[in-house]
Design a protein around this ligand. Structure first.
Ligand code: MV4
Length: 447
């Protein structure tokens, strides 16, 4: 096992990783930008190094600075958290070349799955349903038109280097398809330096269901059931839960088995998420793999009782998975909400500043994963998420009741947050009646 790990991230996930390491008896080296210099969680690491100015590209994305800190700090491994360098195959390769373990998948699998067309091909070879679409990248306008003819409109043009909704556009007829393919390719070239685009049938009002997997370096892989993350606004998730509501057990089992086949076929290890769209007839289609630990991992931890960060570290150290699939149960219902420093009355613009008052909810079933405290200054440079409120109860109805009362207990002053919107969601009958899909927030409150 590692004796010392560098945490290449900030905020709540940096603290989450430090906490796991402390419980495992592993020392931690934190890194921070000038914008995070006063953050309290840094004092919980054994050492902390400043790696540059506040701007992320000069600090948390600066590979040279992070590797230098790892050398000076004498660590055996780097945990990248989520965002920043977590899905950068080049960074994973640099770590390996420097004889530092990267706590994530092998860079080869990361690169293959990071390319969406290649990921689709791997899914097909693993016998996992994909969305009907083009046979690989589009090469000619004629091919785009023929594919649309075969699968039927509407279709979605996606960038192979995209993901998370970046660079997608819908086409409903031949004219918008021809124009859309050209524009999408140009945008993709600009944004990702890769102009490759492909077509998929556009699934209307899908649910977003993703499967948590864990795989070791010895060929073992298990799933930890699924999460529904359908409640989003502009591709930012707001609410995540496990198990997926309103999905028959047989479908859940099928999706989860598909995810395991896919990661085994890809030569993947560590924690990962396989994303699916589920249509109104409960048909599911693979869309992409997230090759990292995700923000919403706590709901899976709550229903399975398994600490995903500790598992990631053990797998990266070369240990065999001690979990057997038949022992991994999904107990009760867990729901997470993201609390962002944003102003709901001002188009969710970031609301940085000092937290002048903070009273946190607690009691049975409540978990709060956050690095913030009264007096904390929310810096303007990064993601606006300041914490995650997670509840775990025996049933979904009880989880919803628990979340409502936890949100009512939550008092925060000095900054604006998404809590008022979250309260509205948990008081909306469509949410308790399971009638939500990825278009719910926009349909209900944003138009
Ligand atoms: C889709 C889709 C409909 N049909 N693909 C958006 C993020 C990326 N992970 C995939 N996304 C979508 N892909 C097909 N063929 C609709 C979305 C989508 C979406 C997916 C999940 C959660 C929220 C979403 C919001 C808008 C669009």
């Amino acid at each position: 096992m590692f004796q010392r790990i560098l945490v290449a991230n900030r905020g709540e996930i940096a603290l989450r990783i430090i906490r796991a390491c402390r419980e495992m008896g592993i020392e931690t080296v934190a890194v921070y930008s000038e914008g995070d210099r006063d953050a309290h969680y840094l004092s919980l690491a054994n050492e902390a190094y400043c790696i540059g100015p506040a701007s992320a590209s000069d600090s948390y994305l600066n590979i040279k600075q992070i590797i230098s800190a790892a050398e000076v700090g004498n660590v055996q491994a780097i945990h990248p958290g989520y965002g920043f360098l977590s899905e950068n195959a080049h960074f994973a390769e640099v770590c390996r070349d420097c004889k530092i373990a990267f706590i994530g998948p092998p860079h080869e699998a990361m690169a293959k799955l990071g390319d969406k067309v290649t990921a689709r091909e791997i899914a097909e070879s693993a016998n996992v349903h994909t969305v009907p679409g083009s046979d690989g990248l589009l090469t000619t306008e004629q091919e785009a038109l023929e594919t649309a003819e075969r699968i039927g409109y509407p279709v979605l043009i996606k960038a192979t280097a995209g993901g998370g909704g970046k660079g997608m556009r819908v086409a409903r007829n031949d004219i918008s398809l021809k124009a859309g393919v050209k524009q999408a390719a140009q945008e993709a070239e600009k944004a990702f330096k890769n102009a490759g685009v492909y077509l998929e049938k556009y699934i209307e009002r899908p649910r977003h269901v993703e499967v948590q997997i864990l795989a070791d370096q010895h060929g073992n892989a298990v799933h930890l059931w699924e999460r529904d993350c359908s409640l989003q606004r502009k591709h930012q998730k707001l609410v995540e839960e496990s198990p997926a509501p309103n999905l028959p057990l047989a479908v859940r089992q099928d999706i989860c088995k598909s995810a395991v086949r896919l990661v085994q076929t890809a030569g993947y290890y560590n924690a990962g998420t396989v994303e699916f769209l589920v249509d109104q007839d409960n048909q599911y289609y693979f869309i992409e793999v997230n090759a990292r630990i995700q923000v919403e991992h706590p709901v899976t931890e709550q229903v399975t009782g398994i600490d995903l960060i500790k598992q990631q570290i053990r797998v990266a150290a070369g240990e065999e998975l001690s979990l057997r699939q038949r022992d991994i149960e999904c107990n009760g219902s867990a729901i997470e909400v993201r609390i962002n420093a944003e102003d709901p009355d001002n188009d969710f613009r970031g609301s940085p500043g000092r937290i002048t008052k903070l009273r946190l909810p607690g009691g049975p079933g409540v978990r709060f994963d956050s690095h913030v405290h009264e007096g904390y200054f929310v810096p303007p440079y990064y993601d606006s998420m300041i914490g995650k409120l997670i509840v775990h109860r025996e049933s979904r109805a009880e989880s919803i009741a628990c979340m409502r009362r936890a949100l009512d207990e939550f008092e925060i002053e000095g900054i604006k947050t998404t809590i008022p919107l979250l309260r509205k969601i948990f008081n909306h009958s469509a949410f308790s009646d399971f009638q939500v899909d990825t278009t719910f927030i926009e349909r209900t409150w944003m138009s």
